[in-house]
Unconditional design. Structure first.
Length: 314
């Protein structure tokens, strides 16, 4: 049975600590548990958490010895306990697989385990990780990075993705998919997928062009131009552009492209239409154009997006 040990570094979120228990604890191999999971920390006992209930962690860092996988959880970017860093280095030297969830990457970086390696963390702290540890190749826009012995994830949901990835490596896709179904999460989100930090549109701040925006959404399959939008609004292109930016934070064509991609994503999630037809219905023109814009927006090809997000009954 594969033994997984979490090295909890304060400050930590209780949710982050619970993720490995939820994912790995749900794995069965031939009717038996596939993993044992336990947590340890430099100072066993009650550990305060950020934004949640305190945790009781009875095990000290000696629990790391003999672990097959060691996962650093927490730190919030703060300096980790020196003994925790030593335990992480010793585990790596002993051949254990090393991983981090969210800001646990800072602990791995402080231990020198990310030097010369690609790694990620929560996008909001990616710049700080890069500034403090220039030897680390920080990738701020991915869900997780698998660099062989050392793996790192972005925040929250991406930590689930990394844990599912480890299950997939150890026991195959069927085992990972079974856990994903039980947890009601997507069974496959590749590590290179974007963290979706740029996906939300700015909040709309006005209604003068609301009718034109609604009309545009109803005609996304058309090759709309600025003149078309201005004609519907009964104004000049210059005024349309100025008012559009004031109300949406985007130019008309930027807003239109976002909405076309959103329509394509909706069709990929809810239909079995071929890619060329999805491209046509969303106004993106061709399957090649659909692929280009979807990869640029969310980091996934249309087929990969459909595989990961296709809605099915039940």
């Amino acid at each position: 049975m594969h033994r997984i040990v979490l090295v909890v570094v304060t400050p930590v979120m209780s949710f982050d600590v619970s993720i490995p228990y939820m994912v790995f604890g749900g794995v069965e191999v031939d009717g038996a548990p596939g993993y044992t999971v336990l947590s340890c920390t430099a100072e066993p006992g009650v550990v305060p958490t950020a934004g949640g209930p305190d945790l009781f962690i009875p095990h000290g860092l000696e629990a790391v010895r003999g672990a097959g996988t060691v996962i650093a959880v927490g730190s919030g970017g703060e300096p980790a306990h020196p003994e925790a860093l030593r335990a992480l280095r010793e585990a790596a030297d002993a051949g254990a697989r090393i991983a981090s969830l969210c800001t646990g990457a800072f602990a791995l970086a402080q231990a020198g385990l990310l030097d010369g390696r690609p790694a990620t963390t929560h996008w909001a702290l990616a710049d700080a990780l890069a500034a403090r540890h220039p030897a680390v190749e920080v990738r701020p826009d991915v869900l997780y990075v698998d660099d062989g012995q050392v793996l790192t994830s972005a925040g929250a949901a991406a930590a689930i993705d990394l844990c599912l990835h480890l299950v997939r490596l150890d026991h195959g896709a069927a085992a990972a998919n079974a856990v994903a179904r039980a947890a009601v999460v997507s069974p496959l989100r590749p590590g290179g997928q974007a963290q979706f930090i740029t996906t939300p549109l700015p909040p709309e701040r006005g209604t003068w062009l609301a009718a034109t925006r609604a009309w545009t959404l109803a005609h996304l399959d058309r090759p709309l131009t600025l003149k078309d939008l201005a004609g519907h609004a009964g104004t000049s292109v210059r005024t349309l552009t100025r008012r559009f930016h004031a109300e949406t934070g985007l130019s008309p064509l930027q807003w239109l492209l976002h909405r076309r991609i959103d329509r394509a994503r909706e069709l990929l999630e809810t239909t079995d239409l071929p890619m060329n037809e999805i491209a046509w219905k969303s106004g993106l023109g061709s399957a090649d154009s659909l692929r280009k814009h979807l990869v640029g927006r969310v980091g996934l090809t249309p087929s990969a997006y459909r595989a990961g997000f296709r809605r099915t009954d039940g």
